[in-house]
Ligand binder design. Structure first.
Ligand code: NCD
Length: 310
């Protein structure tokens, strides 16, 4: 049983299939007024703390509302880097230990350091509290990867034998890293990484792809790969991690060469690398993608609170 959600590579193929089915059930229950009312009584009295040391809009609010739609109480801090006792020098471990003394069921943590969620999980484990990694610096963002793969499954209709282009700042973008781990679990997926020379995908991920026998290519320009892609997954330059801005822009001209039935995804926020003239094209799925995040997180939270479900 998964107690903490820390790394995307911890998800088994069976778990992913199970979670996506459960997410479909959450969507149907939510869309039925009687069942929506039942969902809200599901985890009354349970609680989630959201402890965010880095900026967030989607991840924080979608976890929060997902928990509330299941009847949970939520609280937390959205700027722990400035407003929490971290400013006074408190260690992450001490903060998590104190949070655990207030008896949450789940702590959702976003922190600037790689490995912070794993550190937090070691402490929280003693209290029977689950940690969800909502982004650990340039490390990973496993729940984003879940909603990304769920989006692909829903909108492209399959998770294997896909031609996926992943582009942008791949050195520092944690969502691209986590999604790559998930894509490597399915047969026949081919990944093309497009990034500036100074922001290529980490060696650890490339080694993982070699080990799992996943086909991949690396390019520094937009290339023909976009034309043949089933999915184009674009990301921004992570300036806060010292990256320089890139030149790789998806605009209407680029998007219109994509084949029928293909989709464009982006974890958002976008800051120029995906222009707004793409939004009206049928390939543009990034807002719908963000919306799926609430349902995937409802399924995940329900799993964490219901021992023996998976
Ligand atoms: C991403 C993140 O925080 O890593 N945002 C998100 O959670 N949707 C992507 C980003 O900030 O570039």
């Amino acid at each position: 049983m998964l107690r903490h959600i820390v790394y995307a590579q911890d998800f088994s193929f069976e778990f992913l299939e199970w979670l996506f089915k459960k997410t479909d059930e959450m969507v149907s229950a939510f869309n039925n007024p009687v069942n929506r009312g039942m969902l809200i009584r599901k985890h009354v009295g349970r609680s989630m703390f959201l402890v965010f040391y880095e900026p967030s809009t989607r991840t924080r609010i979608s976890h929060d509302i997902a928990a509330q739609r299941l009847g949970m109480m939520t609280t937390g801090t959205e700027n722990a880097g400035e407003f929490s006792s971290a400013v006074k020098g408190e260690s992450l471990e001490d903060t998590i230990r104190v949070m655990c003394e207030y008896h949450p069921d789940i702590i959702v943590l976003r922190h600037k350091e790689i490995g912070s969620a794993e550190k937090a999980a070691k402490v929280a484990n003693h209290y029977g509290v689950s940690i969800i990694n909502a982004g650990d610096g340039a490390g990973q963002h496993p729940t984003q990867a879940l909603l990304d793969l769920y989006t692909i499954k829903r909108l492209v209709g399959k998770t294997k034998n896909l031609n996926v282009v992943i582009g942008g700042d791949l050195k520092n973008g944690r969502t691209a890293r986590s999604l790559t781990y998930l894509l490597s679990k399915y047969e026949g997926n081919k990944i093309t990484f497009i990034s500036p020379e100074h922001a290529t995908m980490g060696q650890d991920i490339l080694e993982h792809l070699n080990e799992t026998g996943t086909l991949y290519l690396q390019c520094a320009d937009m290339s023909n790969e976009i034309r043949d892609a089933d999915v184009v997954y674009w990301t921004r330059t992570q300036k806060e991690r010292g990256s320089q801005s890139g030149e790789l822009i998806i605009n209407r001209d680029v998007a219109t060469i994509m084949k029928a039935g293909s989709i464009i995804m982006h974890p958002l926020p976008r800051v120029g690398e995906l222009t707004t003239d793409v939004d009206e094209l049928p390939q543009a799925k990034y807002f719908q993608q963000a919306g799926f995040g609430m349902f995937v997180r409802m399924a995940l939270i329900d799993m964490l609170l219901s021992p023996n479900q998976f």
